[in-house]
Write a protein that binds this ligand. Structure first.
Ligand SMILES: [Fe+2]
Length: 242
């Protein structure tokens, strides 16, 4: 199986369209979406529709659940909370219905798909340090777990002795005696100081994974955010990639 894994589109239609075009160009037939289709950006309904239409499997992110009151926004920072309030007003009944139907985790072949963490996906914890990743390997059985949530693309492996480390190559080979947690980065709001949209390609035929980065029309996405009256910082951060 060969598949594209996308995450954290965050209602950024410009970034999503470029990513989907690239996926089509590479003739990848399967797309898996790791959630946070909405929040922050100006096109929530369009992004929900496109993600669900194009993806074979989609899991819920914390912003998806917040937009339909399934997650309390008390833990959200003020800007994220304001964006969710705006999203709730904009959300179509069809969009809300689609978000309500999402599961927290999905499995396909030897892959686990989850937005935040395998251990407790509903807690929406962040895996930031190597130690954070290391603890999670005991809480799933699959060979590879794909996650999003932090908006920072990174891959960590654990060998069969329990030793964990960062994967430093891109693309990188899937090694027989290793398991992996791969954060695919964010399509619509990257936070690794690189403003380009991020997604991953899983190639189960050739045993490799690659993080892809793509330029998109950042000024247009920024302009839409400002026109909608969303917080200016949400436009600024797209260009900064943080
Ligand atoms: Fe997110």
């Amino acid at each position: 199986m060969k598949a594209a894994i996308i995450s954290d589109v965050h209602a950024n239609l410009e970034a999503l369209l470029v990513v989907l075009k690239d996926i089509k160009k590479r003739r990848l037939k399967s797309i898996f979406c790791l959630g946070d289709m909405v929040g922050y950006g100006a096109n929530p309904n369009e992004c929900i529709d496109l993600c669900l239409k194009e993806s074979k499997l989609t899991v819920a992110g914390n912003h998806d659940w917040a937009a339909i009151d399934k997650t309390d926004i008390a833990s959200f920072n003020p800007v994220a909370a304001e964006a969710i309030k705006w999203t709730k007003e904009k959300l179509s009944s069809d969009g809300a219905k689609k978000l309500k139907g999402l599961e927290l985790a999905q499995q396909v072949d030897n892959l686990l798909l989850v937005h935040a963490t395998p251990l407790n996906p509903m807690k929406w914890g962040y895996l930031l340090s190597l130690e954070d990743f290391e603890k999670e390997f005991n809480h799933f059985d699959q060979k590879i777990c794909f996650i999003g949530h932090s908006h920072v693309p990174v891959a960590v492996y654990q060998d069969d002795n329990g030793y964990c480390d960062l994967v430093r190559d891109n693309p990188f080979p899937i090694v027989a005696k290793r398991r992996y947690i791969v954060n695919v980065g964010s399509v619509g709001q990257p936070r690794d100081m690189d403003p380009r949209a991020s997604y991953a390609i899983y190639d189960g035929n050739n045993n490799s994974i690659e993080i892809i980065r793509l330029d998109y029309n950042v000024p247009l996405a920024q302009q839409k955010i400002l026109v909608e009256g969303l917080p200016e910082v949400l436009a600024d951060r797209l260009l900064a990639g943080r």
